[in-house]
Ligand binder design. Structure first.
Ligand SMILES: O=P(O)(O)OC[C@@]1(O)O[C@H](CO)[C@@H](O)[C@@H]1O
Ligand SMILES: [Mn+2]
Length: 434
């Protein structure tokens, strides 16, 4: 990357995050994290070659060689700051990608908007598998996602018991809801693109929930409660998922609680339709998780598996796959790019967005002045009431009291990229843009 005109500065205020700013987490991600994710994926393919051959046929073993070559090539293109090429695919989203990249002023990995470059990398991985005969449906990150769920079984077990015994009793529903909301927030720490494939055990959250309160740097859980517990109007709640494993389990517990206490008649659950940011949930991860619960020896886990399967059968829970969630577009572009999805979300009482990537998309990947109100940072996006549950894993934020960001930076300079802090933010007065 010697000949790249990277600026040795932090991200200027109000600029888009980009690898162009050397003193940023975006730069670090493109330089170190993304290539590492690709290297580790190759290792996993090599290690599982025989297994893959058994499952996908002998031809798959041959095609794996091509796949590995293509992934290495992608890694080289990133590291040497090449321009993002056209995606060669007939899939409808490929056309949108190609048009989108073409419109951007900066097309190389380090100079593009970070969100665009990072989404594009995962789309290219998809393209590599699309071009094979035998590995069309292979999910590069499946092994990691599954072992992360397994590594967190203790926490899943603990939460199952709590949900079945305690949260069903109807005592102090409000405080139980807020507790579950916070538990769900911290579940977002379990993200594999962050731990670069290293599975972490996030058990014992209930014990430490109170002690984590100071780390919620913007906490609008009271407002979330008011919106969710409103029994007038729409009784549909939307959840835009993030990661598989323990986080997904906490999401389903929240969705379960909302149904049990009649805060929603139905929950629509949005998933990714390709392997995404390593740990993000696809429909098949969701189904696999339910199968794990159904097959469990633990009676509470099994019971939840049965109840949730019934919710799906009865369409109390509905899983929705939509291309929009794997496009590089931020949410302010949803109304124009995916109008049907936008109208659908407008039917919801609230839409809950999970995680850091969704937050980046909500804020348009812009380095806002941290005290900017959430409703301004949303830049006109607001099909309905918007909730964000996000642990802070990269350098953008809004809705903080003046001085909070500065105080955190002096106390803990890396505070924005560790996932140690979190926000629960809410907006019901969208500023419409003209
Ligand atoms: O959306 P998630 O799972 O909470 O986080 C996704 C994430 O790992 O991807 C980005 C960088 O690769 C980071 O901003 C963030 O930490
Ligand atoms: Mn994720």
């Amino acid at each position: 990357t010697e000949d790249v005109p990277i600026m040795d500065i932090t991200t200027p205020r109000n600029a888009s995050l980009s690898g162009f700013y050397k003193r940023s987490f975006a730069y670090f991600t493109i330089k170190e994290r993304l290539p590492r994710i690709l290297t580790q994926s190759i290792d996993i393919l090599v290690r599982n070659k025989e297994e893959i051959g058994k499952e996908y046929g002998e031809n798959a073993k041959e095609e794996l060689k091509t796949v590995i070559g293509e992934i290495s090539k992608l890694k080289y293109e990133i590291q040497t700051n090449k321009p993002m090429q056209e995606i060669r695919s007939d899939a409808p989203d490929a056309k949108l990608y190609n048009e989108f990249v073409l419109q951007q002023p900066n097309k190389t990995y380090f100079t593009a908007v970070w969100l665009h470059a990072e989404c594009y990398m995962y789309r290219r991985i998809r393209e590599i598998f699309e071009q094979t005969q035998s590995l069309q449906s292979y999910d590069l990150f499946q092994i990691q996602k599954r072992s992360s769920f397994e590594a967190n079984l203790a926490a899943v077990l603990q939460l199952s018991k709590y949900l079945v015994l305690k949260l069903a009793d109807g005592q102090d529903v409000k405080s139980e809801f807020i507790k579950l909301l916070k538990l769900n927030l911290w579940g977002n720490q379990c993200d594999l693109s962050f731990s670069s494939g290293i599975v972490e055990d996030c058990s014992d959250w209930f014990q430490i929930l109170d002690s984590l309160q100071p780390n919620i740097v913007s906490d609008q859980s009271e407002d979330v409660w008011s919106a969710v517990s409103d029994t007038n109007g729409s009784q549909i709640i939307d959840i835009v998922l993030d990661n598989s494993g323990y986080e997904l389990f906490t999401d389903l517990c929240l969705a379960d609680f909302l149904i049990t206490h009649k805060f929603a008649r139905s929950i629509r659950i949005y998933v990714k339709n390709m392997s995404w940011f390593v740990s993000d949930v696809m429909k098949r991860d969701f189904d696999w998780t339910l199968r794990q619960l159904l097959a469990s020896d633990d009676k509470d886990m099994k019971y939840l598996g049965e109840r949730w399967t019934k919710y799906l059968v009865d369409k109390v829970w509905v899983i929705i796959e939509d291309d929009f969630f794997t496009l590089p577009h931020d949410y302010s572009l949803m109304a124009a790019t995916a109008p049907a999805l936008y109208r659908q979300m407008a039917q919801a009482k609230v839409v809950i967005f999970k995680g850091d990537l969704n937050y980046r998309k909500l804020l348009g990947e812009k380095n806002w002045e941290p005290s900017t109100p959430f409703n301004v940072a949303l830049q006109g996006f607001g099909p309905s009431k918007v909730v964000s549950l996000r642990t802070v894993k990269c350098q953008l934020i809004c809705g903080l009291e003046p001085g909070v960001a500065e105080a955190l930076s002096s106390k803990d300079p890396d505070w924005e990229s560790t996932g140690k802090y979190g926000v629960i933010q809410y907006c019901d007065d969208i500023r419409k843009l003209d």
